[in-house]
Design a binder for this molecule. Structure first.
Ligand code: SF4
Length: 214
């Protein structure tokens, strides 16, 4: 039988598993999930005549609070400056993205969506509908716990250099984990001075500052 993923298929019947076996199957499930998510995104990209990175850029630019510089985007997407420059040039040629002088450094430029780019980004945002439709019926407690678990995994991957950027609550210097006894509002954001629970953990926060920075 053809193997679907990079990890070996299970052949034995399910039984009481040791921890290492559970870890291996969790890694395999994450790989399958990542593959499915990439497939959905790429379908949306090709249907609109875009490359995957061009699609991700439009989505990213539509959600950011501060217009980014090209060099910020290269780090964000873990690609070379040349690859990012090529993708941005293509989007500017399609008149979906424009650039302006950076108000903080007139020698640099920041990237913004044009009106056409914002409209297209709105359509592209539906790429995740098959996932969010299913998630809509899943128990809230499962989703909140899974979000915290995945953010802790992302923090670990960021800490070991696998991911260059992680603007999540759990990697933020303002985050106080389990600061309160209320399980629904257990964490605290010291910047916004507000308690919140796992379900409100942010995946990409505009106010994020890396833990360890003064
Ligand atoms: S500033 Fe943002 S990322 Fe940091 S703890 Fe507060 S909500 Fe989370």
């Amino acid at each position: 039988m053809q193997q679907e993923g990079p990890l070996p298929a299970d052949t034995a019947a399910p039984t009481v598993a040791d921890g290492a076996d559970l870890d291996r199957r969790l890694a395999a499930a994450l790989e399958r999930t990542g593959h499915a998510v990439r497939t959905l995104l790429w379908r949306q990209a090709y249907a609109n005549g875009l490359s995957p990175i061009q699609t991700q850029l439009l989505l990213h630019l539509s959600g950011g609070a501060r217009p980014p510089r090209s060099s910020d985007l290269a780090a964000e997407f873990d690609v070379s400056a040349a690859t990012m420059s090529e993708a941005l040039t293509a989007l500017r040629r399609k008149e979906l993205v424009r650039r302006e002088p950076d108000p903080g450094d007139r020698r640099s430029h920041v990237l913004l969506l044009t009106d056409a780019g914002r409209r297209l980004a709105g359509e592209l945002a539906h790429w995740s509908d098959p996932v969010t439709t299913w998630l809509g019926g899943a128990p809230e407690a499962d989703k909140a716990g899974t979000l915290r678990f995945l953010l802790d995994l992302i923090a670990r991957l960021h800490g070991t250099g696998v991911l260059a950027v992680a603007r999540t609550c759990v990697t933020c210097r303002f985050f106080a984990r389990a600061a309160h006894d209320d399980p629904e509002l257990t964490h605290h954001c010291r910047l916004l001075d507000t308690p919140f629970g796992d379900a409100a953990l942010r995946v990409d926060c505009a106010e994020h500052q890396p833990a360890g920075e003064a």
